[in-house]
Design a protein around this ligand. Structure first.
Ligand SMILES: [Zn+2]
Length: 385
């Protein structure tokens, strides 16, 4: 202080240094508050505009798929950001750039997204084929669905060294697609749910030809670790739909439909977990934090359902993000996976909160003798006891 006052030059340097220090303190506090916010980040939705840059996607008579997907993606994100509270939208691209297929899924995984929505436009040989369809990851039930996936996966051929990057996968060969049958379909149910909500919007609100929810092996859906869908918004090869897909009205309608479906989906999941707000940043995944599973109670217990699938998943920690005590509940054609076992509903709700960062879509269920019973029924039963 004394030197500063005696020497004019030093004095200004000191003030400058103080300003600099204050500036850094401000930066640090901004960074800190930023990370706080991330802990209570709410929903993270990744919107993936298909194709881009040197990859034009499908071509119509006057337009390219990459331009349609970008316009619809940006509008969808805008609708979501403006109308759904507590949501962060992340785009895989916001302009006409080429993004590798693998990178699209990486962006979603890196950001710990809750939903991944890939937007595309369809192609057919015949100009008469039209309508919208939404795909989820799975094994194509027919040749037509497989063809859609092949066409979308072929963009990887534009990448350098694609064979190494995609583990020898050949997007053109049907045999390659067998590998997808081994994939873990942990998010099958949630993805189907979102996909059908999107299709319902297209059908009921927009009067579009509903080509339904379908399954096929899309690489971009294969590696995402959250519920994921790929929307084929319409056929660029149909003269009527090409016009629609390129019109402001068409793009607005498609985007608002996808937004409404997301909003419904989010509301449903949030309401399934009554009394919860925000997210716990500290999921406890080690064995000793879990109550021991007691399977022979004959009593109604509350558990947290973390995943469901049409195919069986081996019960081991690495398949369930480190959770060690997971049980399988199965029905005729589904497998559900749940963890925790509580006699009090509120305890299950609290536990679900702890899992929210690793399983954002988890919810509380009631289980009796290894069978799921309606939650309301279980709650009423507990009350009258
Ligand atoms: Zn496409």
């Amino acid at each position: 202080m004394s030197t500063g006052l005696k020497n004019g030059k030093l004095h200004t340097i000191n003030i400058y240094s103080i300003k600099l220090i204050l500036f850094y303190l401000l930066l640090i506090s901004v960074a800190a508050s930023g990370s706080d916010n991330k802990n209570e980040k709410g929903w993270v939705i990744v919107i993936d505009a298909g194709h881009g840059g040197k990859d034009s996607g499908a071509r119509g008579s006057f337009s390219q798929e990459k331009d349609i997907t970008l316009a619809v993606a940006l509008k969808t994100g805008e609708y979501i950001e403006q109308n759904i509270k507590n949501v962060t939208v992340i785009y895989t691209r916001k302009n006409d750039t080429f993004i590798e297929l693998k990178e699209r899924a990486n962006i979603a995984n890196k950001n710990n997204a809750d939903l991944f929505i890939s937007i595309h436009a369809n192609w057919a040989k015949s100009k008469n084929v039209n309508g919208a369809e939404t795909f989820i990851m799975g094994i194509a039930k027919d040749e037509a669905n497989l063809e859609v996936a092949k066409k979308e996966n072929e963009v990887m051929l534009l990448e350098n060294d694609f064979s190494t990057k995609y583990e020898g996968f050949d997007p053109k060969s049907s045999e390659s697609y067998i590998m997808f049958s081994l994939s873990q379909k942990v998010f099958h149910e949630q993805s189907t749910d979102l996909a059908s909500k999107i299709q319902t919007q297209f059908r009921d609100r927009l009067n579009r030809n509903d080509r339904d929810v379908k399954q096929a092996g899309f690489w971009v859906l294969y590696t995402t670790k959250m519920p994921s869908v790929l929307v084929e918004t319409g056929f660029i090869t149909s003269p009527v739909e090409e016009k629609y897909l390129n019109s402001k009205e068409g793009q607005d309608n498609i985007a608002s439909s996808i937004f409404r479906a997301c909003s419904e989906y989010i509301n449903e999941i949030d309401s399934k977990s009554v009394g919860l707000s925000g997210r716990n940043s500290n999921p406890q995944t080690s064995e000793d934090t879990l109550p021991h599973l007691n399977t022979s109670s004959g009593e109604t217990m509350f558990m947290v359902q973390i995943a469901s699938s049409s195919s069986q998943t081996e019960i081991k920690a690495e398949n369930f993000k480190g959770l060690k005590e997971v049980i399988e509940l199965n029905g005729q054609d589904w497998f559900k996976y749940a963890t925790g076992r509580f006699s009090e509903f509120s305890a299950a709700v609290n536990y679900r909160k702890k899992l929210k960062d690793i399983y954002p879509d988890a919810f509380v269920i009631a289980v009796k003798d290894n069978k799921i019973v309606p939650l309301q029924q279980a709650l009423d039963q507990k009350k009258t006891k």
